[in-house]
Design a protein around this ligand. Sequence first.
Ligand code: FES
Ligand SMILES: [Fe+2]
Length: 375
Amino acid sequence: MKPRSSFGQRTLGREYFTSPDLFAAERKRIFQASWLLVGHVSQLDVAGRYFVFDLDADSVIVLRDDAGGIRAFHNHCRHRGSRLCQAAAGELGASIRCPYHAWNYALDGSLRSAPAMADVAGFDARDWPLHAVAVEVWRGFVFINLAHTPPPFERALPGLAGRFAHRDTSALRAVHREVYDIAANWKLVFHNFSECYHCPGVHPQLNRLTPFRNSENDLDDGAVLGGPMWMTDPEGSMTIGGARCAAPLAGLSAEERGRVYYYTVFPSAFVSFHPDYVLLHRAEALALDHTRVTCEWYFHPDALAMPGFDAQPAIAFWDLTNRQDWMLCENTQRGVGSSAWEPGPYSELESQLAAFDREYLRVMAGDAPARQLRG
Ligand code: FES
Ligand SMILES: [Fe+2]
């Protein structure tokens, strides 16, 4: 687990954080073509429950169907294009009914009925199902891909395939969600999450629990990057006060119970495995200098059922840390726009940023699939 050296590598140039043209290119090459983490199965616990995920002009309905499967469809009617679901989440019942002329779709996307269309020559409801979107569920986390022919999930995110098998996060439930709007480019938010070089000065609370050099990388190349940090108190967790909020999650070794494992999942999320809970940051690049991060704290239902269970120490700890981080990202966004700024050198503590940049540039250059096929 030797971190790949970033010796000699510098940060990305100013244009990567300030150019509308590059931002537009990222939409096509990255966001409209990558597997994006959009939610968790616990949000879709019964048939007909759904949430909506928006990306630019596209809106996607993610739902649970009658057979218990997770499906995703473009959120527009095949008749004249009306949006189908307006609310961000909710219950559809047994079907999706268009609010315009009441075409009615089953939860598998097929068109079930279309009033007054029976006499239209050549009309066959079977020809007009909702447009499906590729969807994958990994350990309970739901990913979608808007590409017409997306790369297979395991090839696109080989860092996830086959790993973390003992961490079944499907049963977990979010106890809290916090949404942050950050005035910074999405890559600065990824960069910030990928190093603890800034921790001693900026996160005194975090640095007390996991001193910044207590880290190693077990994934240091590709779309999934990260690794563990070990805690000063191997019986503790990342909370205000440092005590666990719940018993350790099942299946963890003694070593794993004393560590926090942080991973970035290009280009949409950070997943952090704590001994007693899982923290999810979902990042959405809404504009060149606007990133929305949705942060959720996931615990096991057994912990939630314990008398006196209180997630507040975990929530407060990460809310504090998040806000400290977003300030840094916003400051950096302001700085890199300067006409005099030029790329700076990465330290050895920033090898994961260098790896992120390499992956980013590979995807932008369009050679990521070839690399994945070789891998
Ligand atoms: S637009 Fe949906 S039924 Fe007409
Ligand atoms: Fe930080």
